[in-house]
Write a protein that binds this ligand. Structure first.
Ligand SMILES: Nc1ncnc2c1ncn2[C@@H]1O[C@H](COP(=O)(O)OP(=O)(O)OP(=O)(O)O)[C@@H](O)[C@H]1O
Length: 629
């Protein structure tokens, strides 16, 4: 009795397949790279499995075999790796488990070139077979299973697949047969397959075997050989000396380890000797993966021990803020039976992590110092993640701070290009602080009333608009002995920069004089503000809100609330500009209703410029209209 079942692809896969076939067509030969990459991963996993189950090792050479049949118009890719069970085939080859898939698909534009890039970031893997094939058969047997428990999966890529249990007599592993589309005959030759393998898969650790090319005898007759030969270099690329690896090989290896179609921005390849001996080959990608901020995203480095693959996504080998780095670490000293749990609390791993972190930071510094344009692009992709290092990595905090780039009032654009060193180099005579403002957007920051006095005095202010910035500045009190000061905090003191700074006596006098108006407003805003004080920071605006120097900033409070955290509601201080016409109007008014309305209006305006949602927007509009009328 046949146990054949027909199933439907997940909707997302149908969509993805359709788009992929169209947008990657001009790059069709990558199908082989993807399938060979999967085969190599499967052999890696099988070799790892043998560590604990030596009985799985039957002494066969671990290899990938590629063959073709001109008459049947097929190409076959065979590996003797880990294989898959029936359920695993359904899970791996019928669904996309990645979170964010839908959002990703929504981003696609229909423009083949742009989409090809995005699809590349997403990773197409197995499905790329359908770029060249109109039918794909996959037969697989999981290592350790009896030969009658193999699974056959067949699909034409249009939306359904069939799956059934079958026999596979040649042992564990996966055999994939591509039935090529009509116009793909050019792939059916020794020459073209060999050249694709050499181009994309030369670095694969395992031999990729093909039947020997036919030879010709002295009469020119073709002698077909049944012998196999290895067509790739077949050694672990990272174990080779740097001088023996070409730039192209490094780039192709990156695509294999990262599942990214784009070229890497830079890499470091280095052998470390000392207490821990290991080799690292780590890459800085050029583009952020689409799920960089997804909390469920798997990240990390491939860990090998003495060239045996141990695990993917070993997240302990680098700190979280370098989670976009891809590559391989191959240790000489760790025990082969190392597990994720052991990695958690291993001194040896700590040593490797700290060594690799330093090297990666040097690599990023190198780009920052020597290629400003490239760094600017990378900062746009990864900046908010790198900044987390200031919070996470106490040891390298200064180095990470040096790498940060911000928008600034010194430029007329939202480009994040100003470093703290640039800022310090431009500081005014007598300036000893680094001033910044945090806000939700560049425009909100740039136009904030808190900046008025700084604009007037031509003092540069850094405009911090990434969500993580509030946390960053709460961990970075100073840089190069200059303290970082928010211009939105209470008690702003411009120190030597304030040429019109009143003496203590003048200040007292001013405060005494302002007492009635301050009282008036305070009473009108009872319960809404902690205090009402005069300020010299405003030029064009009547008032602004500030929090205590050591308290949480208003922006931070809002971010925490947005993140669903309970934040004790603190009352801000309202700072007022005595020179402003609205304040003068208040001073002169004796109509209590008008005093109440105008005070509230000034308070609400200050809230709006902070990006705060008003309690009573309708009331605000009414008050506003009545004043305009
Ligand atoms: N030759 C194979 N042997 C064993 N398992 C395989 C093989 N090919 C694919 N798989 C399984 O199917 C899964 C999906 O493969 P696919 O190529 O679609 O994606 P991927 O390699 O995980 O990632 P990406 O989509 O980024 O390339 C793999 O993760 C693996 O578990």
């Amino acid at each position: 009795m046949s146990n054949k079942q027909t199933m439907s692809f997940q909707t997302e896969i149908k969509q993805l397949l359709h788009l992929m076939i169209h947008s990657l067509y001009s790059n069709k030969e990558i199908f082989l790279r993807e399938l060979v990459s999967n085969a190599s991963d499967a052999i890696d996993k099988f070799r790892f499995e043998q560590i604990n189950k030596p009985e799985l090792n039957k002494g066969d050479e671990l290899a990938i075999t590629i063959s073709f049949d001109k008459d049947a118009k097929t190409i076959t890719i065979k590996d003797n790796g880990i294989g898959m069970t029936y359920d695993e085939v359904i899970q791996n080859i019928g669904t996309i488990a990645k979170s964010g898939t839908k959002e990703f698909l929504d981003k696609l534009s229909g423009d083949a070139k742009k989409d090809a890039n995005l699809i590349g970031q997403f990773g197409v893997g197995f499905y790329s077979a359908f770029i060249v094939a109109d039918k794909v058969t996959l037969v697989t047997l999981k290592a350790g299973e009896v030969t009658s428990k193999a699974t056959e999966w067949v699909s034409d890529g249009s939306g359904e697949f069939s799956i059934e249990t079958t026999d596979k007599l040649d042992g564990n592993g996966t055999t994939i047969t591509l039935h090529l589309k009509e116009d793909q005959d050019d792939l059916l030759s020794d020459w073209s397959l060999r050249s694709i393998i050499r181009k994309y898969s030369d670095h694969i650790n395992y031999p990729i075997k093909m039947q020997k090319m036919p030879e010709h005898d002295k009469d020119g007759k073709e002698i077909i050989s049944t012998e196999m030969e290895t067509v790739n270099k077949a050694n672990a690329l990272w174990t080779r000396s740097k001088n023996d690896v070409t730039e192209e090989e490094y780039k192709e290896f990156y695509k294999h380890v990262s599942h990214d179609f784009n070229e890497p921005a830079k890499w470091i390849h280095s052998r470390v000797e000392g207490a821990q001996e290991y080799t690292m080959l780590l890459y800085m990608p050029a583009k952020a993966p689409f799920d960089l901020y997804d909390a469920n995203r798997k990240y990390g480095i491939k860990l090998y021990i003495k060239r045996v693959f141990i695990m993917d996504d070993a997240e302990k080998l680098l700190p979280n803020y370098l989670r976009f780095i891809r590559g391989v670490i191959d240790s000489q000293d760790l025990p082969l039976n190392v597990s994720r749990e052991i990695l958690q609390s291993s001194k040896d791993i700590d040593a490797i992590r700290s060594g690799c972190t330093k090297k990666v930071l040097s690599m990023i510094e190198d780009i920052a110092n020597n290629d400003k344009d490239k760094y600017s692009e990378l900062w746009n992709e990864f900046g908010p993640v790198i900044k987390e290092g200031i919070i996470e990595d106490h040891t390298n905090k200064e180095r990470v701070a040096k790498l940060c780039r911000f928008a600034s009032t010194a430029n007329d654009s939202d480009a994040k290009t100003v470093s703290l060193d640039d800022y310090i180099a431009r500081m005014k005579d007598g300036q000893d602080k680094i001033y910044y403002i945090t806000a939700d957007s560049y425009n909100a920051a740039k136009n904030s009333p808190h900046l008025e006095i700084f604009k007037q005095k031509d003092i540069e202010v850094l405009l911090l608009t990434d969500r993580v910035d509030e946390w960053v500045v709460s961990h970075l009190f100073d840089y190069e002995k200059k303290s970082l000061v928010s211009v939105a905090k209470g008690g702003l003191d411009l120190g030597n920069l304030d040429d019109k700074k009143p003496t203590e006596e003048e200040k007292k006098e001013q405060e005494e004089k302002a007492k009635p108006i301050l009282e008036k407003i305070k009473t009108a805003l009872d319960g809404k503000v902690k205090e009402v004080v005069i300020t010299n920071r405003l030029v064009d605006s009547p008032a602004c809100l500030v929090t205590d120097g050591y308290g949480m900033s208003i922006h931070m409070e809002r971010l925490l609330r947005q993140a669903g955290q309970a934040v004790p509601s603190s009352q801000p201080t309202l700072e007022i500009n005595l020179e402003h016409r609205l304040i003068n109007k208040l001073e002169n008014s004796i109509d209590q209703n008008q005093i109440n309305d105008l005070s509230l209006l000034i308070f609400e305006q200050a809230q709006l410029t902070e990006g705060i949602q008003l309690d009573d927007p309708v009331g605000f509009v009414k008050r506003m209209n009545s004043f305009i009328a």
